[in-house]
Write a protein of this length. Structure first.
Length: 83
């Protein structure tokens, strides 16, 4: 139960998505077999990502990143000079 509440540190399937992208776009063949295979692997990784548990850990990371982006935006707006 505690594992479900805490969730994962990052979404599952990110490594599989990276491998799928590499196979699809990094390897090239005239029959496009690697493109289809790579995109299928990438799609499987996306499905795994959607099914991963969000939890408290990822919520905290998302909140921290949002606060950092907001801070940068405020600093950027503060630095604008109207002429």
């Amino acid at each position: 139960m505690m594992k479900d509440l805490l969730g994962d540190y990052e979404p599952r399937g990110k490594v599989i998505q990276g491998v799928g992208k590499f196979i699809a776009f990094g390897l090239d063949d005239p029959f496009h077999l690697t493109t289809v295979t790579g995109l299928a692997i990438y799609g499987a990784g996306k499905l795994m990502e959607r099914r991963s548990n969000y939890g408290i850990r990822r919520a905290k990371l998302d909140m921290t990143l949002t606060m950092l982006e907001l801070k940068n935006l405020v600093e950027e707006i503060h630095g604008i000079r109207i002429q």
